[in-house]
Design a protein around this ligand. Structure first.
Ligand SMILES: O=C(O)[C@@H](O)C(=O)CO
Ligand SMILES: [Mg+2]
Length: 259
């Protein structure tokens, strides 16, 4: 089976964030991810990881003002300085937490910015970040996020757009974050797509669709998909990023490491 990780921004939310690490470990996970670490001192997060023998699999670059609806600033021409400062902050946390992959949220395109300017800003920011991360041996992932249900206006909403960006930047440490939930909404044909995209995939996440809940609540055949991920030779992490319909513990029927 794939190497499964737990997304602590969505799983185990029945307890406060610091307590989710122990819950994940008790359930059998060896890796965790979450949206953002920045509200906590890196030393405290490092302690929670080591106390529970957990690997920090991934987190996101600072996204701008998340609570105000921003979903990344990498495509915003008037926020380049802030983007670069965010990359440096993320590197600081990643080094402290031993995290080898960061996700860059491309952002929502403002109405007063042209497609071309947003794209050129994104290319230039990602190229700059890739250079900084390469110096630290860190991979930069770019996630394709659905623009139909969750993030209308998100600049990178298909795997094709992420691939075009990766090709334009041409750096070994820039990879696609393939989230099965978003890709089911936007593209479908999940197994065949992952087989084709495999050389560029750096990280995988999943939830069922519709609803973004645990496997078995929607239309994706997860036992087939997980078997195919193994068969195609993907050896990275596969993170559970879904909202459990009930208690998290009751949603883990898909997880072979369940205690
Ligand atoms: O799929 C998602 O929503 C996340 O992976 C993310 O990082 C941004 O919300
Ligand atoms: Mg995701």
């Amino acid at each position: 089976m794939p190497r499964f990780a737990a997304n602590l921004s969505m799983l185990f939310t029945e307890v406060d964030f610091p307590e989710r690490f122990a819950m994940a470990r008790a359930a059998g996970f060896e890796g965790v991810e979450y949206l953002f670490p920045y509200a906590y001192p890196k030393e405290r997060l490092g302690q929670m990881l080591s106390d529970n023998q957990l690997t920090q699999v991934l987190f996101n670059l600072p996204p701008g003002n998340w609570d105000a609806g921003e979903r990344g600033i990498a495509c915003l021409p008037d926020r380049v300085e802030e983007f670069q400062a965010g990359v440096d902050q993320a590197i600081d946390y990643a080094k402290a937490l031993g995290c080898r992959q960061l996700n860059c949220l491309a952002g929502l395109k403002p109405a007063n910015v042209s497609d071309d300017i947003a794209w050129q800003t994104l290319v230039s920011n990602v190229a700059w970040a890739a250079g900084r991360l390469a110096d630290e041996g860190i991979t930069l992932c770019l996630e394709a996020i659905n623009s139909r249900v969750d993030m209308p206006g998100f600049v990178l909403d298909t795997s094709g757009k992420v691939l075009a960006l990766i090709e334009e930047i041409d750096a070994d440490n820039v990879r696609l974050q393939y989230d099965l939930y978003h890709m089911q909404i936007m593209e479908g044909d999940l197994v065949r797509s992952m087989e084709c995209l495999l050389p560029w995939i750096g990280h995988i996440q999943f939830a069922d669709n519709p609803g973004r809940h645990e496997p078995g609540t929607g239309e994706i055949n997860f036992s087939n998909v997980f078997a195919a991920i193994d068969a195609m030779g993907y050896d990275g992490w596969v993170s559970a990023e879904y909202r459990p319909t009930g208690a998290t513990g009751d949603s883990l029927g898909w997880f072979p490491g369940k205690a």
